[in-house]
Design a protein around this ligand. Structure first.
Ligand code: ITT
Length: 211
């Protein structure tokens, strides 16, 4: 039986784009959310070999430091023609200045080098692994993905990270061209489209009171 989230929850991310999405997802559930930044928590080293273990590292570190339940996301974009890169290194490809134009350009250069110009050679998916950790060591974990195609040049200024390059299956606009409600809004207002929204729906089913 999964443990329910009650009271205050730390959102263990230092990424402002993710923080905004996680706050929006939690808002209808009446959870008092406080960010890692607001609490002055440090960023643990992400030494895991997959999304799930890195989400666990971040959630556990924040739960221990804040003595509160903590919610972390580890996510990234997995490009089929690049053997899964950048994957768990998606943030690192943007470098210390978090330059995602450079990171997207690097992906495009590598795709061109492999002759991956046709849409079916440009398949990719975003993954989100979510972990809630409690100070006593208990954890709940879920994971989800959204599939799509990479476009070039990037389109749109909404969202963050690799959004302008990602065209989700069944849509004509990239995540960078979508309103936040369209990218990660949940029914009845949205479709629960993004990887993070899909993972959150799974988490909400087991850990949150119904909206
Ligand atoms: P925290 O660890 O503090 O949460 P981070 O940015 O370092 O922040 P990750 O290690 O999980 O987070 O890196 C995930 C990267 O993948 C993130 O920086 C984005 O560039 C990219 N990414 C994840 N979700 C995305 C989304 O919804 N849209 C666009 N890019 C996304």
């Amino acid at each position: 039986m999964a443990r329910r989230i009650t009271g205050k929850l730390v959102i263990a991310t230092h990424n402002p784009g993710k923080l905004a999405e996680m706050r929006e997802l939690l808002a209808p559930h009446g959870i008092e959310a406080v960010s890692a930044g607001e609490l002055g928590l440090g960023e643990p080293e992400e030494t895991g070999h997959d999304f799930r273990s890195n989400a666990g590292i971040k959630a556990v570190a924040a739960a221990q430091a804040a003595k509160l339940p903590a919610f972390a996301d580890d996510s990234g974009i997995v490009v089929d023609a690049l053997d899964g890169a950048p994957g768990i290194f998606s943030a690192r490809w943007a470098g210390p200045t978090k330059d995602f134009t450079a990171a997207m350009t690097r992906i495009e250069r590598l795709l061109q080098e492999r002759g991956a110009t046709a849409p079916d050679r440009r398949r990719a998916h975003f993954v989100s692994a979510l972990c809630v950790a409690w100070p006593d060591g208990h954890r709940e974990e879920v994971e989800a993905r959204v599939d799509g195609t990479l476009v070039w040049p990037p389109r749109g200024t909404a969202g963050f990270g690799y959004d302008p390059m990602f065209l989700p299956d069944g849509h004509t606009r990239t995540f960078g061209e979508m309103e936040s409600i369209e990218k990660h809004g949940l029914p009845p207002l949205g479709l629960g489209l993004s990887h993070r929204a899909r993972a959150f729906v799974k988490l909400a089913e087991i850990c949150l009171e119904p909206r």
